[in-house]
Design a protein around this ligand. Structure first.
Ligand code: TRP
Length: 432
């Protein structure tokens, strides 16, 4: 049985590019094939709502990303592959966690702080254009992770703080309500280099320097042709250091192939020829997947079906776990109260009671009664409610010795001894 659980969320906010493939899709699909690991992959579409208000784009991206993962070899039979918004237990857990999360913790989240810093620098209100979703982002992410009690969450460096927050939140919940959650850890893939983009900076949608993962062959060729190189002519030796072309090649090639290109650089390979090599090498790995991708994109109903089946699998875990958590925090079936004979409960209903009231003459009095209604103590009238309350406090604090001090303010009750009063006061003290 696999006991180690991995979980990864992918926000559907765009079209996957080669950087996503090398940095996330490929290593995750490989990891999912390990026998000792139980993997959860999901499309974090609730997260996408935080930054995207274009419904068609979210739908399109969800389809593209799901198709990409499946085309890259993710096996939905082996792993649990689902869409976040198909698991309503996740937003429910988000609320339970929200209520144990300190606002200060969220104030310190990098993404939120960056938005505030940017506003401050632009001399705007600190929270200008910050929606509450961005602020709550770490709690939703904690719910994603804690719901499945993931041990490890493979993420990039930018997400490490979020995993730490999920741990903090889990610890707080466990402290209050018992050990329900596994404390997750970030699994940072040191060996996975970030892929440079066309301009040599990190490949990213926001830099507009990316190569779409499943760009058609002709387009892929064209994009590879646009990778920045220096102006060295064919025949001149080239530097591998700092060459985006070389780094991208390395991400796809074997050690031998990489060594061969290194040699070709030294021997003065022309850039056009090097680009042709890179294009061929990428296409060799990608083209079988591209075919599957094209097929899948043409069959959205099939992808929908796969995701719904994944959600059923996910909810088989999330449903019972949520029921356990609801019970833990006190969102419970009321019938269990009626039949409960817990000692705490009995003690509570059977407690004596101090009652303050005002007499017809305008004076303020109190009495102490037993649960059955028998009066144990009856005060004379005080001029103010404060004095009556002070006398009650004295009795609660000092018990029998207060009886002596308050003698002149109390009326003796027929058949009630000091020990009856003392017993009642002790009972009250014990109940806190
Ligand atoms: N925040 C992640 C990102 O932007 C996506 C994500 C949402 C996630 N929930 C998660 C990742 C849970 C790991 C675990 O990349």
């Amino acid at each position: 049985m696999s006991s180690h659980r991995f979980l990864t969320g992918i926000t559907p906010s765009g079209t996957p590019h080669l950087g996503n493939y090398v940095g996330s899709i490929r290593p995750s699909v490989q990891a999912s094939q390990r026998a000792d690991v139980q993997s959860f992959y999901f499309l974090a579409d609730y997260h996408a709502l935080i930054k995207i208000d274009d419904p068609a784009r979210i739908q399109r991206s969800t389809l593209e990303i799901a198709a990409s993962w499946l085309a890259a070899g993710l096996d939905p039979q082996r792993v649990t592959f689902y869409r976040q918004s198909d698991v309503p237990e996740i937003p429910e857990l988000t609320w339970l966690l929200t209520c144990v999360t300190s606002k200060g913790l969220l104030n310190r989240a990098h993404a939120y702080k960056a938005a505030v810093d940017q506003n401050t620098a632009a001399q705007q209100e600190p929270d200008a254009n910050v929606n509450a979703g961005l602020f709550m982002y770490p709690v939703l992410m904690a719910a994603d992770i804690l719901m499945f009690n993931a041990h490890q969450v493979p993420v990039g460096r930018d997400q490490v703080q979020h995993i730490e927050m999920a741990r903090d939140i889990a610890q707080r919940f466990n402290h209050l309500y018992g050990e329900h959650f596994t404390l997750p850890e970030a699994a940072i893939e040191e060996s996975v280099a970030t892929l440079p983009g066309l301009d040599g900076r990190k490949m990213s949608k926001s830099y507009d320097n990316h190569i779409a993962l499943f760009a058609p062959r002709a387009q892929l060729k064209k994009l590879v042709g646009g990778i920045v190189t220096d102006s060295r002519a064919p025949g001149e030796a080239k530097e591998t250091e700092g060459s985006a072309l070389f780094q991208i090649y390395q991400a796809f090639a074997s050690a031998d192939e990489t060594a061969a290109l290194r040699q070709a650089y030294a021997d003065g390979i022309g850039w056009a020829e090097a680009k042709q090599m890179l294009f061929e090498r990428i296409d060799r790995e990608i083209s079988p997947m591209r075919e599957r991708y094209t097929e899948l994109m043409a069959a959205p109903a099939k992808i929908e079906e796969i995701l719904l089946a994944g959600a059923t699998k996910a909810r088989a875990i999330a449903g019972p776990f949520t029921a356990e958590l609801r019970r833990a925090v006190g969102l419970r079936d009321l019938r269990s109260v009626a039949t409960s004979k817990s000692p705490v409960k009995t003690a509570k209903t059977a407690l004596p009671l101090f009652k303050q009231y005002r007499e017809a003459d305008g004076k303020f009095c109190f009495k102490l009664t037993e649960p059955g209604g028998r009066v144990l103590l009856q005060s004379l009238g005080f001029d103010s409610p404060r004095e009556a309350a002070a006398a009650i406090q004295l009795l609660q604090r000092e018990g029998q010795s207060a009886l002596v001090k308050l003698k002149t303010c109390l009326q003796p009750q027929e058949g009630i001894g000091a020990q009856d009063i003392e017993a009642a006061l002790q009972q009250l003290a014990a109940a806190g």
